[in-house]
Ligand binder design. Sequence first.
Ligand code: FES
Length: 149
Amino acid sequence: MSFLMTIGEVSRRSGVASSALRYYEERSLITSERAGSGHRRFPRSVLRRIAFIVFAQRIGLTLEEIGAELAKLPPGRVPSRRDWARLSSNWTARVDERIAELERLRAGLTECIGCGCLSLDRCQLSNPNDRAAGLGPGPRYWIGDRPPA
Ligand code: FES
């Protein structure tokens, strides 16, 4: 198995379109070497970075945020387990935040979310007279504010 991969091979293995890989490279999230032919050649270790990028996007990180996280990895060598562990402290906090958001989202489907609609029977208790509007715009209880006790 070759250590250097073409963009097509990386695309097939990662499940990410070649156009997206080129975009990641433009944004310096991944890097390749140029073969004598001028074609991109990626080290196999790029697959782990791509997996990180894809999952980070899924939990809502922007490419700028992902770039900032990846910049913590050492340049010029394959990141070790320790390098990834150092990066994961921030990452863990973001994942926990996202889990909390998703749990509120799930619970909120049948509850008052403090959006101001006052359309559910529960709104009379949770958000009487749209009291949540005083906390700011948007569905306040989905965002994380608590309804009055
Ligand atoms: S669901 Fe919109 S204010 Fe209660």
